[in-house]
Design a binder for this molecule. Structure first.
Ligand code: RIB
Length: 302
């Protein structure tokens, strides 16, 4: 069982289906409102735990009803939550999500997620040192992400960074990342190139020139393009499934990739495992409820 630490966000997702995206000033009648536990950090932690990792998380929730539900949901999925603390006087992170034809738009209020500090990361050091991989995203403050990546590198723990939501990052920080899993928009922003004009090959060239060991660009229904070390660029098509909701697909991909890599899988096999896990997730509604178990991914593969 791979030991994985996750430092990241925990949100309650307020989800509604819409027949079309509203224009400014327009009200659209939607349907199917749900409150669903989510947050990129929590989704990745739960994906890693359900898929067989031994997962410990560092995070913050508010002292409110959402915070209690979010904590229970993480624990029920098998994530070790001693370092997921409740912060008084701050609301839990909330994401307002509209889903239209399977695609989503998200507005995030980070709330308690922004109470996390670099000192909290330093207190968590022995867990990072003990882990076989650290998994981070960008929904907690950047100084926290920076402290986590620098600390992991100093103690020799590989880092998987899912650079979402999109944010331009320092090249020095990227040089400390072992595996980077951007989507195409995030890859273009990090590389300083235009998403429309740059090819995946060009994006990989620039991102690897910063020193990232492995870059794997997720391209939705078109699959993934990756380069591992100095090797050839590889492309893997997506598994074709009936899409219900793509929310958390990238999170499931990153969580699953971390599990397979910490189990010693070759990168191509780990990527195939992660693609299968994400393919199952998009056939279901919501963030954490859509995350498959290990047995489901194995039978899907078979
Ligand atoms: O990646 C999906 C997640 O992004 C949602 O669960 C939502 O909370 C936002 O953080």
């Amino acid at each position: 069982m791979g030991k994985i630490c996750v430092i990241g966000s925990v949100n309650m997702d307020l989800v509604v289906q819409t027949p079309h995206w509203p224009s400014p000033g327009e009200t659209v009648t939607g349907s199917g409102f749900m409150t669903v536990p989510g947050g990129k950090g929590a989704n990745q932690a739960i994906a890693a735990a359900r898929l067989g990792g031994e997962v410990r998380m560092l995070a913050r929730v508010g002292a409110d009803a959402f915070g209690r539900q979010l904590l229970e949901n993480l624990s029920a999925a098998g994530v070790q939550c001693d370092d997921v603390r409740v912060v008084d006087g701050v609301a839990s992170g909330v994401a307002v999500i509209t889903v239209c034809d399977g695609e989503n738009e998200i507005v995030l209020d980070p709330g308690a997620n922004h109470s996390l500090t670099p000192d909290d990361v330093r207190e968590f050091e022995h867990h990072i040192r003990d882990a076989e991989m650290l998994l981070v995203q960008l929904e907690v403050p950047l100084p926290v992400v920076t402290a986590a990546i620098e600390l992991a590198q100093s103690v020799g723990t590989p880092v998987l960074l899912n650079p979402a939501p999109a944010l331009a990052l320092d090249h020095d920080l990227l040089s400390r990342v072992t595996v980077l899993t951007p989507n195409e928009g995030e890859a273009a922003l990090l590389a300083g190139l235009s998403r429309e004009d740059a090819s995946a090959e060009e994006l990989l060239d620039v991102l690897q020139s910063y020193g990232v060991q492995t870059v794997c660009i997720t391209q939705g229904a078109r699959g993934i393009t990756y380069r591992h070390g100095g090797l050839e660029t590889e492309q893997r098509s997506a598994v074709s499934v009936e899409v219900v909701d793509t929310t958390a697909a990238g999170d499931v991909f990153s969580g699953a990739l971390a599990v397979a890599l910490t189990e010693g899988a070759l990168f191509d096999d780990a990527a195939a495992f992660a693609q299968n896990a994400a393919a199952i997730a998009v056939t279901r509604a919501g963030a954490t409820p859509s995350i498959p178990t290990r047995a489901e991914v194995e039978s899907f593969h078979a």
